[in-house]
Write a new protein. Structure first.
Length: 169
C-alpha cells in the first residue's frame, strides 16, 4: 500500500501479467490514456496513468484516488465502469471500460451537428447518468462532449470524473 493513499501497489511483473499495454489513445495535463488488453478475460480496457511529475502533488494523487474509488463503487449503464486502480511502478493507474465509439466531442468534430432524434437520445442518456449520480450525492462538475463516451452502437456513458465531488466534501 502507498503510505499517502490506499492504493494497492503492483509490481511490474504483476501488472504485465494482467494487462498488455497497446497504443496511446489520449493525453492531458495530468496523465496519459492507453488502450490495453486485460489478459485473463481477453477484453479491451483503458489504462489511465498519472504523470510522475503530477503525482508529487498530493492533491492530484488524492483527486485521482477519489475518482477511482467513487467510480469503482458505482454501477449504472450510463457510467463508464472502473475495474481496478492502484500503483504500477510508482504511478497511479486506473483500469476502465473501453468504449469503441470515441467521445461525443469526436463525433461532433466529424459530423458538426446531430439530428434531433440523436440529440434527444444523448440528452436523455446523460440525464439518466446524472440523475443516478445526484441520487448518490455525487456531482460530476465537468459535463462536456469530451467526457461523454459512446459505445459502438452510440449509447452514451459519462466518463472522466476528475472533478467529482461527493455531498459533504
Amino acid at each position: 500500500m502507498c503510505p499517502a493513499t490506499s492504493f494497492l501497489e503492483l509490481t511490474d511483473s504483476e501488472f504485465r501479467a494482467s494487462y498488455r499495454i497497446g497504443s496511446r489513445i489520449g493525453a492531458g495535463g495530468l496523465g496519459e490514456v492507453f488502450l490495453a488488453t486485460q489478459i485473463s478475460l481477453d477484453r479491451k480496457v483503458v489504462v489511465k496513468l498519472l504523470r510522475r511529475e503530477v503525482t508529487s502533488d498530493r492533491t492530484n494523487l488524492l483527486r485521482f484516488e477519489r475518482e477511482a474509488l467513487i467510480l469503482s463503487r458505482l454501477s449504472h449503464p450510463r457510467l463508464v465502469r472502473v475495474y481496478e486502480y492502484g500503483l504500477w511502478n510508482g504511478k497511479p493507474f486506473m483500469i476502465q471500460e473501453y468504449l469503441e465509439g470515441g467521445s461525443l466531442a469526436d463525433l461532433l468534430g466529424k459530423t458538426r451537428r446531430l439530428d434531433i432524434e440523436e440529440t434527444i437520445q444523448f440528452g436523455r442518456q446523460v440525464g439518466e447518468g446524472l440523475q443516478f449520480l445526484h441520487e448518490k450525492g455525487i456531482l460530476h462538475r465537468d459535463i462536456k462532449p469530451a467526457n461523454i463516451l459512446l459505445t459502438r452502437s452510440r449509447e452514451a456513458k459519462i466518463g472522466d470524473f476528475g472533478l467529482v465531488r461527493q455531498e459533504g466534501d
